[in-house]
Design a protein around this ligand. Structure first.
Ligand SMILES: [Zn+2]
Ligand SMILES: [Zn+2]
Length: 399
């Protein structure tokens, strides 16, 4: 069935000032990681004010069920809430004063999701199925979605599809525009790993009495490049970056251990698993070859983010009707960055929408995660409208 959603933008616009208040409070109270007591406390009190019931699915992970009065499918709309461990240098009057900052824009996501809950609650009778609004912690370290999945995110009721949205502070498109990346993989998987080389330390003058973990670590670094250079086809792009290598304290001492940390990024789940296996094999066998013990541990990771073709074309159709052709874009390129919503998309079809909160057309200079990044708050009306319109129309069309 079809449903009239022409009223959505006006109702979202009426909540713009409240969204700015919510966003600014969240912005000046940033929290990092899996435990976000202040942020979640704020979201809970705002939901209570609006008379909206919520469920704490796991520590700092909330779920709000909306609709359910008519039988139908269940759609996740998701916001992440965590900040980054860095000092903000935006110069804004409500800038963070602590060692955390909302430089990725998750404060905007959270403020918009509160407005989405409010609008959908007021229009609950029009929801042809159920909307599961999700407030998620720990996106930046890729642990939050996994934790919510383990706690039953996709059950009760069973979820059929999932939509998320991310702001972009330095887009080539106009501020307030919505864009979608291609169908298929759009953001890479990312696994953070640690390699520990255990050698035998001693006097720098007598290497024969030692097992030098620095030299063995160097061999491991070089050997790992062999995966990219010789084991993959041109259709199997990966990025393997060792971002840290620590060992030793003095020029004349052979240390007893070395630690290397890095990340693996791919666009394909099978390729990801294959490469992780090869990294482990190379690490342990190079260690053995040179008489050391080398161990490989994955510290955290997420699957590639994949846009479902059907949901993507539905979104383009709804958004073009809502904002007009010239405010909705199809981006051709995909990114090697990652989004832990990929872990959800592994189980149910989904899409990620991009909302332009800063444009190079207006001279935007800073990408997300930069200490000086500034987001245009006015875009929250369009982001909220995108979620609400997608949810109402898509659920109705599934009837
Ligand atoms: Zn980020
Ligand atoms: Zn982010």
């Amino acid at each position: 069935m079809t449903i009239d959603t022409s009223w959505v933008r006006q109702e979202a616009a009426a909540l713009q000032e409240q969204m700015v208040r919510d966003r600014r409070w969240l912005h000046s109270h940033p929290e990092v990681g899996e435990h976000l007591p202040g942020t979640v406390g704020y979201v809970e009190s705002r939901l209570e004010e609006m008379g909206i019931a919520y469920r704490e699915l796991c520590d700092s992970g909330l779920v709000v069920l909306l609709g359910g009065k008519h039988p139908g499918k269940c759609l996740i709309v998701r916001a992440d809430m965590d900040a980054l461990p860095m000092r903000e240098e935006s110069g804004l009057p409500f800038a963070s004063q602590c060692d955390a900052a909302h430089t990725c824009g998750h404060d905007l996501h959270t403020a918009m999701m509160l407005a989405v809950c409010r609008i959908l609650k007021e229009h609950e009778d029009e929801i042809q199925g159920t909307v599961k609004a999700v407030f998620q912690p720990a996106e930046e370290n890729f642990r939050g979605a996994a934790k919510m999945l383990e706690s039953g995110l996709l059950e009760d009721p069973k979820v059929d599809a999932a939509v998320t949205l991310h702001v972009n502070s330095m887009s080539p498109y106009p501020v307030g525009a919505l864009s979608l990346m291609p169908a298929g993989p759009i953001l890479a998987s990312c696994d953070t790993y640690r390699i520990e080389v255990e050698g035998v330390g001693g006097h720098g003058a007598y290497p024969a009495k030692c097992v030098d973990p620095i030299s063995i670590g160097a061999h491991i670094l070089v050997a790992l490049q062999q995966i990219n250079a010789r084991e993959l086809t041109r259709d199997e792009p990966i990025v393997l970056t060792q971002g840290s290598f620590h060992s030793g304290k003095a020029p004349n001492i052979i240390p007893s251990s070395a630690v290397i940390e890095g990340t693996l990024r791919t666009f394909d789940e099978d390729l990801r698993q294959r490469c992780l296996k090869r990294i482990e094999e190379i690490v342990t066998s190079v260690g053995e070859m040179y008489r050391a013990k080398a161990a490989f541990t994955v510290m955290g990771g997420c699957s590639p983010m994949v846009n479902d073709p059907g949901l993507r074309s539905d979104a383009l159709r709804y958004f073009r009707e809502m904002l007009g052709e010239d405010m909705v874009f199809e981006k051709k390129e995909v990114g090697m960055a990652s989004e832990d919503f990929g872990n959800v998309i592994k189980y149910v079809p989904g899409i990620q929408i991009t909302l332009v909160a800063g444009s190079t057309l207006d001279g935007a200079k800073y990408q997300q995660h930069h200490p000086k990044v500034v987001f245009d708050e006015g875009i929250m009306t369009n982001g909220t409208s995108a979620f609400v319109t997608f949810a109402l129309r898509w659920l109705a069309e599934q009837q």
